[in-house]
Design a protein around this ligand. Sequence first.
Ligand SMILES: [Mg+2]
Length: 352
Amino acid sequence: MHRIDSTVISPSSTALATLGEFGLIARIASGTRSGAGVVTGIGDDAAVTALSPGMQLLTSTDMLLEDVHFRRRWHDPYRLGRKSLAVSISDIAAMGGIPRWALLSLAIPPDIHLDFVDEFMRGFLAMASEHAVTLIGGDTCSSRSGVTVSVTLLGEQLPEQIIRRSGALPDDDIWVTGTLGDAALGLRLVEGLTVCSSDPREPVVEEAGPLLHRLLDPVPQVIAALALAEAGVATAMIDVSDGILADFGHIAEQSGVGGCLILDDLPLSPDFCSHTARLSTVPYQLVLSGGEDYELCFTAQPACREKIVDCMKKCGIAVTRVGIVTRSPGVTAVNRDGSQHIAQTEGFDHFT
Ligand SMILES: [Mg+2]
């Protein structure tokens, strides 16, 4: 982030253009606090941080673009701020890493009101505080087409506790935390899209609040991830951001294995079930390929089943065994009778 000048903070009712870049940076910096491992935070040419003894640095970056990842008409700035950081925290957690320090870059149209920025930052810093993350820098600039948010998150972990995508072995179990498909269903409802193209009976939008909340304010599964890292039970792990089919596919590819997911075992929330009850079939494409679940998908040896259940129970996190790692490559989703589910899409891909 640029050097902080002693700019006068304007009232929040003004547009960004009247505040200027340095005023905006001062406004953002005024809300931040120092934290563990921060030697020099916002205000110099670069931040200085100190890793905990014996730990390695993990780095992850994410971009959120208006009208690609979110729409301002349904994503309030507070929850947008929270989500901007949550998705990066989820990536660090998926490696078994402890999230520590964040860099935030914002491109904002000059006519946006400061209320938007203030609420965005309130959400961002609330998420940071919940996970003991410190904002240590970033950048701001004026945008000619919508809001762009870029977050880089640094984390740390002992080398032996870092969990990669590449360690899955044939016959390992495939596990997932929480429930799948809620955010994807929420997005369908908020965008007024059909949930299941083959079925004209649509779920109702009313009372879609919990589903929308999963979309707008995802919870990164840090506690579960760190517990798994410490227990040393997961052979591979990833966070489910593009749908379990695509994301487990990354584990399979990097581990040189394949996998078989059992449709009936995929965990669905009561809200998902009640909103799709009037459809003739479960819209499994949302569960498999909808994306934005931000749950953890991991693999582990069958001998670790009890340990995993105990470990997640202590964290208060639901965990479900959803399939098995196969020696042959490729990921399939099957019904309990073994018949193969015909996938309608392979997960969210920005370039298709
Ligand atoms: Mg990820």
